[in-house]
Design a protein around this ligand. Sequence first.
Ligand code: JB3
Length: 210
Amino acid sequence: MENIIVIGGGGHAKVVISILKKLGNYNILGFTEIESSEPILGINNIGNDDFVIEKYSNTSTNNIALGIGQIKTHELRKNLVSKYMNAGFIFPTIISPNATINESVNIGNGTIVMDNVAINTCSNIGSYSIINTSSIIEHDCKIGNFVHIAPGVTLSGEVVIESNTFIGAGSTVANSVSVSENCIIGAGSLVRKNISQSGLYVGNPVKKYK
Ligand code: JB3
């Protein structure tokens, strides 16, 4: 069984570790944190990023899971991916055994799909994204890289979510609508028209806030 190390020891990392435990196809060596911290779900903190990179780069222990979430910005996640990839680590795609993914769906490296997600026919999901608990991605959707689809989101058919965009919990994006990169859609919003300008949008239907 291959080893894997989880980056981060907060709430998102707990969920990622729980999915890896359910999957049972990796030996979870530990998680990395800025400072020493208590174990999570029986998994130990094995040090900070620099220590782990120093110790494990160019060894057979080179699987990494991105256990840091994304709400306001994707920058920290992007920087960590670069840091670890430059040291020879890889970010496998991780899909909960409780997710329903159509066989025609493609999901990129480093993307993590949580419990009770449904992704329907011919949708394409990019890399290093979070498809969070109980979200629905309907047929023929296109999701970019470093996107966070928060819990309970519904994307109707043929929706496009460009890279670095966050779709807040419980939001709905209507059929064939496109949302541009670097957007934040507030929780519980309804997006019925294309959004072509980056920014913060909230409401039913959404209005641009800044
Ligand atoms: O909304 C949901 C369902 N989940 C949220 C998730 C998507 O994002 C969750 O509620 C949080 O809002 C957030 O989860 P996350 O990222 O786990 O947040 P937090 O609980 O604050 O934990 C972040 C952890 O990352 C903290 O313990 C930090 O110390 C750690 N951290 C920050 N920078 C880092 C670094 N760890 C490492 N290894 N390296 C870093 O550079």
